[in-house]
Every structure is written in C-alpha cells, then in structure tokens.
Design a protein around this ligand. Structure first.
Ligand SMILES: Nc1ncnc2c1ncn2[C@@H]1O[C@H](COP(=O)(O)OP(=O)(O)OP(=O)(O)O)[C@@H](O)[C@H]1O
Ligand SMILES: [Mg+2]
Length: 409
C-alpha cells in the first residue's frame, strides 16, 4: 500500500461546527491524528444540507486548515450523516445450509444477511448500513461468526439503517462541490460509539447518546453489535434559544451564558447570585438571578432526557444496559448532565471522550470531537459497508447504485 493509501479522513458536518480530521492508519490498525480543520457551521441544519454553496464553502475552509496542519493533501472523506431522514430497524433472515457436510461458507453468511435485509425499502430511500448482530445455527444463538460451523439452517439478525436518498445525494454533491470525493457515508452515532465506548461496554450493553447542537443521536450496543439507533431533533442550540427567550437576550449572549454560568445542578446555585444579562436591541445589561437561567436550562434538559428515555425504552429492556449510558457531543458538557441522565434514565452514566487514538491534542480530547474521530476510524472498516454482503453491487436498484457509484473511491 502506498503512503497515500494510509491517510484517512473523517468529515463531520455538524450543526454547530464543520470538522475534518486527517489521520494516518498504521499497519497495526492504530490511528494517529495528523491534523484537524474546522469552520463554523453554515448551510447545514440538523444534519441536512440547506444551502449547498455555503456548506461547501465551510468544508473547503476545514479541509484547507486540516491539510496545512497535517502537511498532506486529501481528496476523499468518510462523511457523517444524521437527521430526521434517518430510519433504522432490525430484521431477521434464514437460509438452508446445503453445501459439503453442511458447513457454513462465507457465501452462506452473505446470503443470510441478504435474506435478512430483503424487506422492501421504498425507492426514495437508500440503505447506508446493514450491520449483522448475531447468527443462529439451527437452535443455537449468539454466534458471532458462523463460517466453518456445521448446521442445516442459518438465521441472521441485522440492523438496517436507511436514509432519504435525496438527503444522501445532497450531502455527496456538497462534498463534491468542495472538490472532495466521498468514500463512505456513515451514520454519525456509529462513529461516536466507535470513538467513546470501551470493548467491555459494547459487550455488556451500553447506550451512547451524542448531544450535538442540532440533534441528539442514540445508539444501543450489546454483545458487540448495534441493536438500536435513533435521532431526536433536539440539541444544544435549543437550550440557548430557550435561554434567549426566557432572559430576553440575543442568541449569541445566551449561548455564552449557557457555557459560562449554566448548570443543571440548580440546587448548588444560591438564590441571590446575580449574572449580567445583555438586553435585546440595546447595549444595556441587566442583573438577573443565575438560578432562574439555570432552571430554564434544566427544564429543557429534563425534557430532552425524557425523549432519550422513550427512545432507549424502544430499543431495549433497561436491565440490558449493564454498562449504562455514555453521554458525548458538545451538549453533554453542561454541568449536571450526567447526574440528570442517571436520575431520569435510572442507569449509571458517564461522559464519553475519544479513546484509543494517537496524536490526540488537548483540543481534540473533547466530547464534541468524538464523532469526527470515529468517522476517521471507520472510514476504511469493511464491516459497516452495505456492499460487503451484496451479490453484485452493480445490480443494486438504480437509485442505490447511482449513489454508490458516487461513493466509490
Ligand atoms: N461547555 C459547554 N457547556 C454547555 N454546552 C456546550 C459546551 N460546549 C459546547 N456546548 C454545546 O454543544 C453544542 C455543540 O456540540 P457539537 O459540537 O457536538 O455539535 P455538532 O456536532 O456541531 O451538532 P450536531 O451533532 O447536532 O450536528 C452547542 O449547542 C454548544 O452550545
Ligand atoms: Mg455532532
């Protein structure tokens, strides 16, 4: 492999910041970050491109900065996707094992995954992930890799993620407009989970919750497989908006107050502590109780936690989350978020920082970078590519193959 082949890139088109990571994938499989570039997000809203020109300009800016810092030029990225256009579900397929001595082959495994995903997907949707969870051979379950085992019938459970095809196409067109190619489109929460969970947490059952600026994304993993994914259209920017409305202050000032004096631990704030709050439309500043501001944030956070709880309840039994909940994304940094999660979700919670990569600067060792680092890690992983189990990618339905041909590096 040439040196260039070992350079991998992740692009996180977040609602708050666009971020690109350039990293070196070493022979050992470990990842070393070489450079990072950012731009304030414009042209993206809650995971969706709303202004192609603006969004492409942000990507160009992030690419230029990352290339300068890394000292290499990049021409492809693995790009993260989120938003309300994402849908996911679990399904099961089965095939008979008819070969020599009823031994399962790679082809049998691919066939059963294809059988599992054969539920009809409407023409306007594109499959972006088909993730095997576990295999069953005759009556025996919990099989991670059935190849070489003997049986007469193979079943597979898979997690399928589909997206409104036009949203994927818009994202790819935007990246192309910034003179970059898309190697792979990856659900953002898969990347965040890859980045912040320990192997043990993936095994024993853990929910990862990425609270971004525009959306809160959730994944549940157990027995080392993705069991559930979901996107809630609520993120940190709504906390700032609530504060702006409640305190009658401009949005930028509300954002600043949130990150400087904001806390969800309202009991720790004394009644007479006052904060300076700029007034809308004048240069005046008023003194208001800090506690009132924090109560506004706490109301929004409680509502968000209840939405998260409802999604987690859709995805698993609470008793399956022995690893609890890992909160990541910039929004998780509001003081008291972990405590509130434990209270509302009734499982242990911790903050998730990126793990297992080299070259992590203080700046990148932050929950807001979990997703983009995970995108770089997953950018070349074959197991998340929906084509891995395809009979012939050229024979995919026209819309899917048209998009995949763009995606092909
Ligand atoms: N210290 C902090 N305290 C509270 N909130 C914070 C803090 N730091 C960042 N945030 C909030 O985190 C949010 C941005 O998080 P992040 O960078 O993960 O979002 P994003 O990836 O751009 O958005 P999305 O994932 O929704 O597309 C903003 O709403 C910001 O106000
Ligand atoms: Mg994000």
């Amino acid at each position: 492999m040439s040196k260039k082949d070992r350079i991998v890139c992740g692009l996180d088109p977040g609602s708050t910041k666009i971020c690109l990571i350039v990293a070196r994938l070493r022979d050992s499989g470990s990842l070393e970050i070489l450079g990072v570039g950012h731009a304030e997000s414009a042209g993206f809203k809650r995971g969706v491109v709303v202004d192609l020109e603006q969004a492409a300009e942000c990507i160009r800016k992030a690419v230029a900065e990352a290339e300068t810092k890394a000292g290499v030029s990049v021409d492809w990225v693995a790009v993260g996707l989120s938003g309300e256009g994402v849908q996911s579900f679990n399904c099961r397929g089965a095939v008979p094992i008819e070969g020599k001595n009823h031994e399962v082959t790679h082809e049998d495994m691919a066939k059963v995954v294809r059988a599992a995903q054969s539920v009809p997907v409407p023409g306007n949707r594109q499959l972006i992930h088909v993730l095997p969870q576990e295999f069953f051979l005759d009556d025996w379950g919990d099989i991670r890799n059935p190849v070489g085992l003997t049986g007469s019938r193979l079943d597979a459970d898979v997690h399928v993620v589909s997206v409104d095809a036009s949203l994927v196409q818009n994202l790819i067109n935007t990246v192309n407009h910034a003179a970059m190619r898309v190697r792979r489109v990856i659900l953002q929460i898969l990347a965040s989970a890859e980045s912040v969970l320990t192997p043990e947490e993936r095994e024993i059952g853990t929910a990862v919750v990425d609270i971004g600026g525009g959306t809160t994304d959730i994944a549940i993993l157990f027995r080392n497989a993705i069991r559930f994914t979901s996107v809630i259209p609520v993120g940190g920017s709504l906390f700032s908006r609530d504060l702006a409305i409640g305190l009658r202050t401009p949005i930028e000032d509300a954002e600043c107050l949130k990150t400087t004096v904001g806390t969800l631990l309202t009991d720790t704030v004394v009644e007479d502590e006052m904060i300076d709050v700029p007034e809308i439309g004048t240069r005046n500043t008023r003194q208001l109780p800090r506690k009132a501001a924090c109560r506004i944030l706490r109301d929004r956070a409680t509502e968000l936690m209840e939405l998260i709880r409802a999604q987690i309840d859709r995805g698993c039994e609470r008793g399956q989350l022995l690893g609890g909940v890992v909160l990541t994304g910039g929004g998780s940094l509001l003081p008291g978020m972990v405590e509130l999660a434990e209270q509302v979700l009734e499982v242990p919670a911790r903050l998730g920082f990126p793990l297992g990569v080299q070259g992590l600067t203080d700046e990148l060792n932050h929950p807001a970078y979990a997703c983009v680092i995970g995108l770089a890690v997953l950018s070349t992983r074959p197991d998340i590519d929906p084509r891995k189990f395809s009979e012939n990618p050229g024979h995919l339905p026209p819309l899917i193959s048209r998009v995949l041909s763009w995606v092909e590096s």
